[in-house]
Design a protein around this ligand. Structure first.
Ligand code: GYE
Length: 348
């Protein structure tokens, strides 16, 4: 009997001490507040970054610039490539909120449809920075914008054309290749360009075609134009472009990828359109090379290197300090009149 009591005592003491250990464990655990894992674990800031995709050399360089600058600033990036789909960006931003990143930055592929997800970020207390493109939304839903001044880029393209055609009395016909529909950058590049050419009625945009910022689309547009030229025997010139039988004096392309696509098409048809003025935007190396070879007349720079400035803004906002509503990147214009020997490698 004594033995049995002893066993029961030992057994109950063991159970009791295990229970105590468990209890202590839970008390310790529950006393710990679920803090953002950044500060405690790595002490690093975490930036959730949603990129729209990799549709152009410009975009690829833009992404690289952000990763390089994050590494230099010891900022951890949660990165998402949305493959050109807004719904993927919305999903990515929601996952950043769940993860409780310190700051969210994203390139809005189009202008509309962001209010709800940005409200969720605001409710979660996570500041948001717009990168490269702008949106139509309640301004209180994001802290600021960093990127290009698309309006000024459009104006610069037009100013080159106006100057180039200053001695031309007759009508100047323009064929426009525009980028991703409903994106702020297309809205602004189109508006800035029209603002300047509208000062002289001789400038006429005969057609505007959406090439979605893609080289493949640029080639398609070129092929369509050229096929028409070849079929339509009425037009006798093989170094000029025509749209619906109308001679095109100038092409205004919203990005280099589409422009290079158009040059691909001209090459494929054995045509060199030295007679057509071609103006492009971005200034990637391949288009600067085409400019120096006389295949383009003007390239308006859009600077993809937004990384360093973005990390500055991320650190400011994470420290609870305000950032400017708008921060434009520095940009220039390259033209056929430049001293090409002064050109530096573009890096993209
Ligand atoms: O011009 C183009 C890219 O948003 C400014 O997007 C950017 C544009 C750039 O696809 O190459």
């Amino acid at each position: 009997m004594k033995g049995k009591i002893k066993t029961i005592q030992i057994f109950s003491i063991t159970i009791f001490s295990i229970a105590v250990i468990f209890l202590m464990f839970f008390i310790i655990r529950s006393s710990k507040k679920p803090v953002k894992q950044t500060e405690t674990q790595s002490g690093k800031l975490i930036l959730g970054f949603s990129q729209i995709g990799s549709e152009s050399a410009w975009r690829t360089r833009n992404t690289q610039s952000i990763f390089e600058a994050a590494a230099e600033n010891d900022i951890q990036i949660l990165f998402d490539d949305a493959q050109q789909k807004q719904e993927n960006q919305l999903k990515a931003i929601r996952s950043f909120i769940v993860y409780q990143v310190d700051v969210i930055a994203f390139v809005p592929i189009v202008e509309d449809g962001w209010d709800n997800v940005l409200l969720e970020a605001k409710d979660a207390g996570i500041p948001v920075i717009l990168v490269d493109r702008q949106i139509n939304a309640d301004p209180s839903l994001y802290a600021g914008f960093l990127g290009e001044n698309g309006l000024e880029e459009g104006r610069r393209a037009a100013r080159f054309l106006v100057n180039k055609c200053r001695n031309m009395k007759d009508e100047v016909t323009i064929f426009e290749m525009s980028g991703t529909e409903n994106s702020s950058v297309v809205r602004d590049r189109a508006k800035g360009f029209r603002e300047v050419i509208s000062e002289d009625p001789k400038f006429k945009i005969v057609h505007s075609e959406d090439g979605d910022f893609l080289r493949s689309r640029g080639k398609e547009i070129g092929d369509n134009l050229l096929t028409k030229v070849i079929i339509d025997k009425s037009v006798n010139s093989r170094n000029r472009l025509y749209y619906d039988g109308v001679l095109i004096d100038a092409v205004y392309s919203h990005n280099d990828s589409m422009t290079l696509g158009l040059l691909d098409s001209l090459d494929a048809h054995g045509m060199n359109t030295t007679g057509t003025i071609i103006i492009s935007v971005d200034a990637e190396q391949k288009s600067i090379d085409a400019l120096t070879k006389g295949r383009l007349n003007c390239v308006v720079e859009c600077n993809p290197n937004l990384g360093p400035k973005l990390m500055e803004l991320v650190k400011e906002i994470a420290a609870g300090r305000p950032i400017p509503r708008i921060t434009y990147n520095n940009e220039t214009v390259f033209t056929e009149d430049d001293d090409f020997s002064k050109y530096k490698p573009r890096g993209y």
